[in-house]
Each structure stands twice: as C-alpha cells, then as structure tokens.
Design a protein around this ligand. Structure first.
Ligand code: FPP
Ligand code: MG
Length: 309
C-alpha cells in the first residue's frame, strides 16, 4: 500500500486512486450479488415487482460504503456482501414508498416508471414491504464468517435506522414540513439526518461492526458518515434545481413544486454548495489516521459533492 504522506522516489510511478474504475468495479460486484439475492417464486408478480426496482440501477453508494468500511477495518467483501445487499433493499423500498401517490407521487425513478406506475399502488406497497422484510432475513441467514453477536448488532442497527428513530421519522417530518414557509435550519437538519443520513451512517457502521472494529473506529467512521450524509442530501436538493430529468432519472424540480423545505430554499444555491463542501472536508478529516487505506472512503466523499446526477 502506498502511504499518503510518503513522497514517491523518482523511479516510482505515483499511484493515484482511480475513483471511476473503483466505483464501476464495486457497482458491478454489487449488481451481481443483488441479482442473485432474490429469485422469482410464486406469486411471481410480487417477486417481479421487488426485482424491478431493486435491479433498476442507481449509484449503489450504500453497499459500496459498507464494503469499503468493512475492508478498511480488517474485514473482507464476502462477509459484508449480504448486509450491503440488505442496505440496497432497504433503500429501494424507501424509494418505492416515497414515490407513491400518498407521498411524493413521482412517475420516474432511476430512469424508469416508478414501481406503482408499473404494478399499481397495492403491489408497490407490498413490494416495499417484501424488500424490507427480506433485507433482515438476508442479513440473518446469509452472513458468513462473522460472529453471531456482530450479526445481531447489525440487525439491531438496521432496525433502529429504518424505524421512527431514522428514515420513517425523517420522512414524517419531511411530509409535515411541505408547504410551510417557516421551516427552520434545525428542522431541516433533522429531516436530512434522519431521512438520508441515517442509512448512509448505518452502511458505514455495519461494515465496521462486521469486521469487529473497535468502538473508536466505529465512532470515527460514524462522524465521517454523518458528514457525508448531510452533504449528500444538500447536493440532492441542489441537483433537484439545477439538473435535468435525464441526468437524474427522475422528475427534476419537484421540491419547488411541492414547496419542500430544502437547503437551497433556506440558504440559496451558493451557500448550500459551500456547506456541502465543508461537510465533505470534515468527513475526510476523520480519515487521516487510516492513511492511504482510506482512499476509497475519501474518494466516495469527494464524489458526493462533485456528482452531477
Ligand atoms: C427520498 O427523498 C426518500 C427517502 C430518502 C426516504 C423516504 C423514507 C420513507 C418513505 C420511509 C420508508 C419506510 C421504511 C420502513 C424504511 P426525496 O423525496 O427528497 O428524494 P427524491 O427526489 O429522490 O424522491
Ligand atoms: Mg421523493
């Protein structure tokens, strides 16, 4: 491994971390594992609906973070893959439900018609439920070479993350804040840290738990994740204003239309960009102790602020 602070000798070619090939390689690995994770059974329709959204593409950032953190803290990709897939199942189910007419009423996701547009509201609700339940079953039954108490810690962490203390709570406050002109920065931060940050944090923390990392590492990596989580959502809100439908694979401009509280609506685009960059800098500062080994996590943090989709 190349040390970040070690100057290469003239004859040595400096090794730079290639983020694009890393993300592509990890994404391919995750896509294959996701494809294998759910087979079609009876009743076919529900399995098809679950697979339709799960295999519709996406950045696969949560699984990639889980694998990277597990590897950084001494584990390997094989022990983290079932949890990595479960994180994507949970993320996908949250988007299926978020897109329903009772919530954001969106027609496109990941460049395709949303689950309820293809299968109807009833099956879309059940596809989300099916993915959520299966995520927990998958971690519990498929995780190999990890101490049982650490598998239980991961299951507890995921449960806490998706429930009222995490995604569900953040989504409720998000819906309640729609159309309100006086949403405070504190409420906005609550929405973002719960609705988006919580699952990104769980992705990082679960990878470290699976590797049996000491608590100091888990705490440090949690701070990294909290910072990139908030930055991720700020950039999401900015892209909703600045990017096209084609870039995003979903309808752009929906936040404004639904009068959603966002950082750009509170602070404007420029201050929001500055804030996102500051958060990424703080996230990267948490990684200094790991040297070059943390290059994938540094690169993912940088990708979060530079992405255009
Ligand atoms: C997208 O936000 C939505 C989320 C990040 C999470 C939504 C959470 C739920 C629907 C709760 C799901 C239930 C469980 C049990 C986990 P957005 O609407 O700001 O982004 P978008 O433009 O991509 O839709
Ligand atoms: Mg939405």
């Amino acid at each position: 491994m190349v040390q970040a602070d070690k100057k290469p000798r003239k004859s040595e070619k400096p090794l730079t971390f290639d983020l694009n090939s890393y993300l592509k390689q990890q994404k391919d690995l995750v896509e294959k594992a996701l494809d294998r994770s759910i087979a079609i059974a009876r009743p076919e329709k529900i399995y098809e609906a679950m697979r339709y959204s799960l295999l519709a593409g996406g950045k696969r950032l949560r699984p990639i973070l889980c694998l990277a953190t597990c590897e950084l803290t001494g584990g390997d990709a094989e022990m983290a893959m079932p949890t990595a897939c479960a994180l994507e199942m949970i993320h996908t189910m949250s988007l299926i439900h978020d897109d329903l007419p009772a919530m954001d009423n969106d027609d496109f996701r990941r460049g395709k018609p949303t689950n309820h547009k293809v299968y109807g509201d009833d099956i879309a609700i059940l596809a989300g439920d099916g993915l959520l339940a299966y995520a927990f079953e998958y971690v519990a039954t498929q995780t190999k070479n990890v101490a049982p108490e650490n598998i239980i810690r991961v299951v507890a962490c995921l449960g806490h993350t998706v429930g009222a203390a995490g995604l569900v709570g953040g989504q409720v406050l998000d819906l309640e804040s729609e159309g309100k002109p006086d949403v405070t920065a504190e409420t906005l931060s609550f929405i973002h840290t719960h609705k988006t940050g919580a699952l990104l944090e769980a992705s990082v923390v679960s990878g470290a738990i699976l590797a049996n990392a000491p608590q100091e590492d888990i705490d440090r990596l949690s701070k990294y994740a909290q910072n990139i989580g908030l930055a991720f959502q700020i950039i999401d809100d900015i892209l909703d204003i600045t990017a096209t439908d084609e870039q995003l694979g979903k309808t752009a401009g929906k936040d404004l239309e639904a009068q959603k509280a966002t950082y750009p609506s509170l602070w404007g685009l420029e201050k929001s960009r500055v804030k996102a960059q500051e958060l990424v800098d703080s996230a990267i500062a948490q990684l200094s102790i790991y040297g070059a080994k943390a290059e994938p996590l540094r690169a993912v943090a940088n990708y979060i602020v530079t992405r255009d989709r």
